[in-house]
Write a protein that binds this ligand. Sequence first.
Ligand SMILES: *[C@@H]1O[C@H](CO)[C@@H](O)[C@H](O)[C@H]1NC(C)=O
Ligand SMILES: *[C@@H]1O[C@H](CO)[C@@H](O)[C@H](O)[C@H]1NC(C)=O
Ligand SMILES: *[C@@H]1O[C@H](CO)[C@@H](O)[C@H](O)[C@H]1NC(C)=O
Ligand SMILES: *[C@@H]1O[C@H](CO)[C@@H](O)[C@H](O)[C@H]1NC(C)=O
Ligand SMILES: *[C@@H]1O[C@H](CO)[C@@H](O)[C@H](O)[C@H]1NC(C)=O
Ligand SMILES: *[C@@H]1O[C@H](CO)[C@@H](O)[C@H](O)[C@H]1NC(C)=O
Ligand SMILES: *[C@@H]1O[C@H](CO)[C@@H](O)[C@H](O)[C@H]1NC(C)=O
Ligand SMILES: *[C@@H]1O[C@H](CO)[C@@H](O)[C@H](O)[C@H]1NC(C)=O
Length: 767
Amino acid sequence: MGMFGSFLVGFLVLAVLAKAQDQSGFISIDCGVPADVNYTESATGIDYISDANFITTGVSHGTPFISSIEIRTLKNDTYVTQSGSLQSYRRCDLGTDTTDKAYRYKYDDYDRFWDVCDFNQDWISVVNESITADSLGQNHFKPPAVVMRTAVTPANASAPLIISWDPEDENDQFYVYFHFTEIQVLAANQTREFNIMFNDILWYKESPRYLFVYTIYGKSAFSGKKFKFSLEMTKNSTLPPIISAIEIYKVIDFQQLNTFQGDVDAITSIKSVYEVTRDWQGDPCGPAAYLWHGLDCSYPVNDFPRITTLNLSSSGLSGKIDPSITKLTMLEKLDLSNNKLNDEVPDFLSQLQHLKILNLENNNLSGSTPSSLIEKSKKGSLLLSVGQNPYLCESGQCNQKKNNNIVTPLVASISGILILLVVVAILWWTLKRRKSREEDGSLPPPRKQYPYSDVLKSTNNFNTIIGKGGFGTVYLGYIGDTPVAVKMLSSTSVRGYQQFQAEVKLLMRVHHKNLTSLIGYCNEETNKGLLYEYMPNGNLQEHLSGKHSKSKLLSWEDRLRIALDAASGLEYLQNGCKPSIIHRDVKSTNILLNEHFQAKLSDFGLSKIIPTDGGFHVSTVVAGTFGYLDPHYSISNRLTEKSDVYSFGVVLLEIITNQPVISRTQDKGHISERVNSWIEKGNIKGIVDSRLEGSFDIHSAWKAVEIAMACVSLIPNERPMMSVIVVELKEALALARTYGRGVDPRYSVEPVSVNLDTAFMPLASLA
Ligand SMILES: *[C@@H]1O[C@H](CO)[C@@H](O)[C@H](O)[C@H]1NC(C)=O
Ligand SMILES: *[C@@H]1O[C@H](CO)[C@@H](O)[C@H](O)[C@H]1NC(C)=O
Ligand SMILES: *[C@@H]1O[C@H](CO)[C@@H](O)[C@H](O)[C@H]1NC(C)=O
Ligand SMILES: *[C@@H]1O[C@H](CO)[C@@H](O)[C@H](O)[C@H]1NC(C)=O
Ligand SMILES: *[C@@H]1O[C@H](CO)[C@@H](O)[C@H](O)[C@H]1NC(C)=O
Ligand SMILES: *[C@@H]1O[C@H](CO)[C@@H](O)[C@H](O)[C@H]1NC(C)=O
Ligand SMILES: *[C@@H]1O[C@H](CO)[C@@H](O)[C@H](O)[C@H]1NC(C)=O
Ligand SMILES: *[C@@H]1O[C@H](CO)[C@@H](O)[C@H](O)[C@H]1NC(C)=O
């Protein structure tokens, strides 16, 4: 019954959703006078919350019908699942000031029912009646103000606040949304800070801000034999934990998946080519009871449904047989009989490997039936019907074909030989040309290679040094009026002429806004140099340490933006380049800043040009820099993409703390060890660069620290992928941007999201 109810509502919702989205508010359809109203709440969590009012004309008899339906759309990023749908399990208004009814619309814009829940715990309510919807800084979950102004804390202030439940089935998965806000004005000597533990493992540290709604949730579902969240005040907290509301959703997997996308594309194209006007709406194969008329589908376990039959018999089709049909690769039966299809029977139908029945009877097809189809039919793998096509003849039996029968092979063989000769000639000529070009060493875009004399002129005889690195010295030069950075490589170390040329040509193809672009190069005997775009604001290290002439104190937001830029560049090298490029020397001096303080990674790919096995160069310079170098490298002797992730983590720690990577004066020498010990003390203020004087968003800072600590994990597999790091840094940046705008409490705070993946649980793994 419940299933039927939600299914019904779901259907109605689909039908009116398009309309609902046109209008900005909600849609309300009303038909009939409600006699006995019975509210049913549908499963929420997709992109709507709906409410249907059912009327029954008596308790035991009569057909229920819907009298009205109201739909209020949610933002589609509010309750997002990795898979499956969400069924409301519990939605609790904790410490509520109402006892008899649940708050819903119009208190709640989305018409959620906020119930009174009993978790069997010794709690006391805290209420601040003067909190109104206007005074609350909302996030996009929008828990109503009447719900948020009430909260619970443990009766015994030093005891944890426990929310637990037992699932009916141990495979049940849940999504949990905790809504917090501080509802009391805290005195200067008061702090409220608590750890949220899931099954006794630290999950998140929370310190709600006055009148700001924070929603904490896991991006992936929680699973386990028991579900116990306990909120425990930290040592430093003077106040017990507090929580205003909690939502618990159970993951429901509707077994039915959507039809395989390739099939959907093909059938959609067929639908438009033949202007099919049947009930072809929604998903072709699903739900199975309502698949498109004329289709049959297979429903493999754990895989997408596939179209196996297309029956467009007697459908008034005209024109050619549409090539999209071949994209229905699992097709077993194709019936196009009794239509007005014309033109030839296309050969492509034989590409359908699984086709068993092909019925083209009673059309106006012409030409000859492709021999490939006839062969299949003779072998018995295909049941082919092509009768009642007056202009169609079986292969080899057509009149015109018969006449040509003798001539064709002759013509074919002569033209075959001619074509072969031409092809050979062209090939030979091309090879010869290419060879001669390789010999004189010219390059396709000749402007990219600069003679040494030009390099001398452009740098005014290497007049201005702007940097010195392991790979050589960098000079300021000009090409026309454009400043360039000219990196002259230490002559003895560079690979031979050919390899250098090849590698540089490869690197010139790498383009990304967060990588310094290579403009050209010089390759004359021992004089080898690279011309890069000039980055007027020097490197990140100079700005962190205040050594750059134009350096300013980088704000927390600036820092995260720079980190995100660098991460994006690195992500591109790993995922945007084929084969991917391992930087091998990610460090703060290799992150350069342009006039807008946009960060770009430099020196990528150089380790390929300057080999490590030359024996001449100091190996630490080439294979990485002490402190930034992946400690796993010393064991495996192999640098991988995860080695770059480690180095990036070290840079991120530098950005956060502005501490030296290696300290000779402290016993915890490496920056990650020092940060680790602060994390154990739970002290974010001690971690972040003290020059910021605490002006940063704490949630954002914790997030950045978590990312960095995951990167510097000693086990390469535990380090996150660069793509994940980019996403997480974006979230941290979004949080950072809300900081300081808290003066206006109506400003919407982004919810804090927590990734449950083990890679992102450094706090827990340290505990
Ligand atoms: C809905 O209707 C059913 C059957 O008539 C009844 O048992 C149930 O109590 C009703 N629910 C509400 C909320 O009125
Ligand atoms: C939400 O909708 C927007 C626009 O329709 C789309 O770009 C975005 O990917 C959607 N997000 C999710 C999580 O589905
Ligand atoms: C309060 O909780 C603490 C910690 O759980 C416990 O040690 C203490 O006995 C409790 N006090 C009372 C009065 O229950
Ligand atoms: C309750 O909220 C009001 C207005 O937001 C605030 O002025 C007052 O201090 C709060 N009460 C307590 C006990 O913190
Ligand atoms: C905080 O300060 C107030 C006076 O401003 C004092 O009465 C109170 O005891 C202090 N509380 C703590 C926990 O130190
Ligand atoms: C296609 O549908 C027609 C009737 O609509 C039916 O007679 C015919 O057998 C079907 N073809 C196949 C291959 O099932
Ligand atoms: C059938 O096809 C033939 C040749 O392709 C054409 O001449 C004829 O007009 C077509 N008949 C109809 C009814 O379309
Ligand atoms: C505890 O809080 C006080 C005052 O809020 C602060 O000075 C101190 O550094 C904090 N200690 C820790 C370990 O967080």
